[in-house]
Ligand binder design. Sequence first.
Ligand SMILES: Cc1ncc(COP(=O)(O)O)c(C=O)c1O
Length: 455
Amino acid sequence: MHRLKLDSEETHTPAYSGRSFTHEVPKYRLPAQGMDADAAYQLVHDELNLDGNPALNLASFVTSWMEPQANALAAETLDKNLIDQDEYPQTEAIHERVVSMIGRLFHAPAHEQPTGTATIGSSEAIMLGMLAHKRAWQRRREQAGLDSSNPNMVIGADVHTCWEKFARYFEVEARIAPMEAGRYTIGAEQVESLIDERTIAVAGVLGTTFTGQMDDLASINELLARLDTQRGWHIPLHIDAASGGFIVPFSEPDLEWDFRLSQVRSINVSNHKFGLVYPGMGTVVFRDRSDLPEELVFHINYLGGDMPNYSLNFSRPSNSVVLQYFNFLRLGREGYQRIAATVIENAKALAAGLAKIDGLSLLNDGSRFPIVALTADDPQSTDLTALSHLLRERGWIVPAYTLPPKAEHITVLRMVVRESFSRDMAEILIHDVHNALHALRHGGRDGRPRKRIHC
Ligand SMILES: Cc1ncc(COP(=O)(O)O)c(C=O)c1O
């Protein structure tokens, strides 16, 4: 175990941590003694340089840039726990305003105060939404004197892993409508045969993780409305708007995907995606209070006052909620509209540039969601996985992966265009993809480029 020696070299603060350490720094056991704060900072800072650069990470939907004023607010609120509602009543008031603004943005019924909560992300939001539907379904069955075991939910293979996580963790059978070559979303036709009286909810996605496309939500809504009338099955439609929830309301305000559809009872959104706040923030909103069974809401009083709480976690940072409120005030509807239009324009330009490269075809041209997805015309001569690795050498993080079941033979390269990705960066990326593909096709046997990539 290394001990910091208090010899003359270490009596002054080291400008660089390397000056303090000639021995190994403990990594897996708590060091017996501490070290100078500057040295600790520098050590951790240096290690993190090995991470990818968030600005070049096109794999992620998550916000990697906010304005300096937001950074200041984030730092000022680092010490406040969102759960301490009684101690931080103003933070809680801001939390309620944020949920309310989102509920109204998604057209929750005007006569009600929108019901919902901030979460750590869409995964927690989806779990909370689905838990509410599971419990409501069980109570309905019990009240009707029917068996309430073996609940199921109907989802497409295009859903994010968190849906399958919910199924496994909370013991709900996942009935999954497969994809097929050329169709990477679902509609009523794909889900109808999977639904029965034990279906607690059907999921529809606004902007899928895999291709950035949208399920046919209107047709699923119609189907569920029909099943309600004809068979008396009250099956909620939950919309997973993780990535689309802060794009579509601004880019296509007339598109009815939200509570304007009669069977939509809950919606989740990742605020840390196009809500434009740093990671750690999602929201679930319900159509109205009756969708959240009262027995799931905990009333806690040991922090003072009555604190109603519906969450999987107890403590959590408050700063992402504060940052969301900052963005709502700072940008307003007009600002979000402008940013949604810009990211879509940049995605379209990126897609158009990449489409000109020989051997690549667009699966998503970025014109509805700022997501560009490509396939190889001939996977033998255009290895997208190798391309992704070559781009990584240049700094770009652009994932290549296979599509979900029944379309798993198709590999796609996907790029998420965020606010921090400019047209200038799009042009450089197009150039780099072009060069990397050239190197792959004409490089040495190891596939490494012979020519240096310049841009
Ligand atoms: C459609 C969809 N749903 C859910 C999630 C999970 O979201 P989060 O990372 O906010 O938990 C994602 C993440 O990318 C997603 O794309």
